[in-house]
Design a protein around this ligand. Structure first.
Ligand code: KIV
Length: 274
């Protein structure tokens, strides 16, 4: 028999209903301990394919697989209780056809217990988003700067700086909304366009390097905590964990070298014993 927690997880309709209301707090995270630490403060945790860079040391998000993502999703589900968990669909698992996308989205939801998926693309993903949402798979869309297309675009470029680009991006936004997405990530998008889309769309916009007027914001937890040497310009670092880890490990290494660490006497019982 399954154990039922009294703590209620946020649902897709909860997030959808926040349009124009209290800003939606979202973070991308990949492990159980991190999920446990951020869960009390987040409405939505994205198991992002940014795990490719943040965890696996890859240069782009292209290399992460469905199996990697499932492992991260299971860990984040174990560590969290309150936030809605959304699984990013990795490159190559949804673009081919709505049927392929459905099969892989089912694996992501069934094998992790997460409630929704995210995929990149606007007009080109209209049919796929409609196919998934009409078959029980909630979809968060992602338009603007799309990291999985970096080999086509040639880099991580802000979108919508020129008004000439706006009609295409506006069509993308309308397409994902009409197809049934419950929210849309606007990544690397010029502020005036992100503002306009936020007021035009009936679904919540989640900004990352977009605009403070978006209905919510998302960041990669590693960037917020200063866990890497480089972070995008729009990220405000709220901590400098690289420095903290460096100091801690340096101290430990010094203690080991000077044999200044405890032996076994009085250091047990272990966790869980009283
Ligand atoms: O993979 C990711 O972390 C993302 C967000 C930052 C939007 O797609």
């Amino acid at each position: 028999m399954s154990k039922h927690s009294t703590i209620r997880r946020k649902t897709v309709p909860d997030i959808r209903s926040r349009k124009g209301g209290e800003p939606i707090v979202c973070l991308a995270a990949y492990t159980a301990p991190m999920a446990q630490m951020i869960d009390p403060y987040t409405d939505l945790i994205l198991v992002g394919d940014s795990a490719a860079n943040a965890v696996h040391g890859m240069d782009t998000t292209i290399g992460i697989t469905l199996d990697h993502m499932i492992t991260h999703g299971q860990a984040v589900m174990r560590g969290s209780q309150r936030a809605l968990i959304v699984m990013d669909m990795p490159f190559g698992t949804y673009e081919e056809s709505p049927e392929v996308a459905f099969r892989n989205a089912c694996r992501l939801m069934r094998e992790t217990g997460a409630a929704a998926v995210k995929l990149e693309g606007g007009v080109t993903m209209r049919e796929t988003i409609a196919f998934l949402t009409s078959r029980g798979i909630p979809v968060m869309a992602h338009i603007g700067l799309m990291p999985q297309s970096v080999q086509v675009t040639g880099g991580y470029k802000i979108t919508g700086r020129s008004k000439n680009e706006w009609p295409v991006l506006e069509a993308d936004a309308r397409a994902v909304e009409e197809a049934g997405a419950f929210a849309v990530v606007l990544e690397g998008m010029a502020e005036p366009l992100a503002d306009k889309l936020t007021s035009d769309l009936a679904i919540p916009t989640i900004g990352i390097g977009a605009s403070a007027t978006c209905d919510g914001q998302i960041l990669v937890i590693n960037d917020l905590l200063g866990m890497s040497d480089w972070v995008p310009k729009f990220v405000k670092k709220y901590a400098d964990l690289t420095h903290v880890v460096d100091e801690a490990v340096k101290s430990w290494a010094e203690d080991v070298k000077s044999r200044n660490f405890p032996g076994t006497e009085n250091t047990y019982p272990m966790r869980g014993d009283d």
